[in-house]
Design a binder for this molecule. Structure first.
Ligand SMILES: Cc1cc2nc3c(=O)[nH]c(=O)nc-3n(C[C@H](O)[C@H](O)[C@H](O)COP(=O)(O)OP(=O)(O)OC[C@H]3O[C@@H](n4cnc5c(N)ncnc54)[C@H](O)[C@@H]3O)c2cc1C
Length: 291
């Protein structure tokens, strides 16, 4: 299959890209790694009248430490760069744990960190990881800049708060406190395939071993990544006992998700997976936090 005819712009600066997006409005689309957009165009599921290709803008690809000990990641940073960065591994070990689960090395060499978040696939890992790591997202349009919390960015499947003339420019991950542990658990039909269900957790303990923070996000079980309220409510202020973790798993599986049935799994099977994966993810994250 071939896409419908479209115009193509190859800016070399952010300002130039924003100028094109402003002129094109609903007719334009950003091209990042192209790993989702190009197949969608070939199948004619996406029919943009014009592409604004960000690949010629080197200033959008970087991993930089922030003053508070976190990291700022430019939107065009390839997934493989994030996967293999020692800076990322030191500050956010969750990311190198997650990355090998995203498609295959060839796709991660081309797919971008920001493109995956902007794409907002409910089965995608990075939208959920941006929420669990409490990311701030820098959004630019011609003449203005705004910041959006990751947990407010996703509106539905493949839908975000981005307006047509806007572009995701940077993802800022705030530093994690000491005694923080994280864990990612997923079940998929084959390596490199999207998950049938997945859970990412980030938890923090105080010196007495009580939980001071518990963020847990569930993937592929709703229209957007789902941040668990039960994890915070039940675990914070407590020692993380197996009973408390099992209670979170039960509430998450029965009340917090809205899974669908498709050719890969039934809704009931996805609920079962969430029960198991929440327990595994939280237990591992707390073990790592205690080390
Ligand atoms: C075989 C295969 C398997 C895959 N498996 C997985 C998987 O298991 N998990 C997973 O998460 N993903 C998976 N993917 C998707 C892959 O990770 C994509 O690369 C990613 O979802 C999109 O990133 P991209 O940089 O290629 O964006 P593109 O394909 O270029 O763009 C995707 C969408 O986001 C928009 N966009 C991109 N960047 C920006 C920006 N900076 N500002 C505003 N809008 C923007 C585009 O306009 C487009 O609508 C798979 C892809 C393939 C082909």
């Amino acid at each position: 299959m071939k896409p419908i005819p479209f115009e193509y712009f190859a800016p070399t600066t952010v300002e130039e890209a924003l100028e094109h997006l402003s002129n094109l409005g609903y007719g334009g689309k950003v091209l990042a790694g192209g790993q989702s957009l190009i197949p969608a165009m070939n199948f004619r599921m996406a029919r943009p009248g014009a592409l604004v290709d960000l690949n010629g803008i080197p200033e959008l690809a970087y991993i930089k430490p922030t003053a508070d000990g976190g990291l700022a990641i430019g939107t065009m940073t390839r997934d493989s760069k994030v996967e293999h960065s020692p800076e990322v591994a030191k500050r956010f070990p969750l990311l190198p744990e997650v990355m090998p689960n995203i498609a295959h090395p060839q796709i991660r060499n081309r797919g971008t960190f920001g493109g995956s978040i902007a794409h907002a696939d409910p089965a995608g890992q990075l939208p959920a990881i941006s929420i669990v790591l409490n990311a701030n997202l820098k959004v630019l349009k011609k003449g203005s800049e705004r910041w959006v919390k990751a947990e407010e960015f996703f509106l539905g499947p493949f839908m975000t708060v981005l307006e047509p003339e806007e572009m995701l420019a940077e993802v800022v991950l705030p530093a994690l406190p000491p005694r923080t542990g994280s864990s990612y658990q997923q079940v998929s039909r084959q390596k490199g395939g999207y998950s049938m269900a997945a859970v990412a957790s980030v938890v923090t303990l105080d010196e007495a071993g009580k939980c001071t923070n518990a963020r847990m996000v569930m993937i592929s079980v709703g229209d957007v990544p789902i941040l668990s309220a039960a994890a915070l409510r039940i675990l914070v202020g407590q020692k993380p006992t197996p009973e408390a973790i099992a209670e979170v798993a039960e509430i998450a599986a029965s009340q917090e998700i809205d899974p669908g049935t498709d050719i890969h799994a039934t809704a009931e099977y996805r609920r079962h997976l969430i029960r198991v994966l929440v327990r595994r993810s939280l237990t591992t994250a707390f073990e790592r936090a205690a080390k």
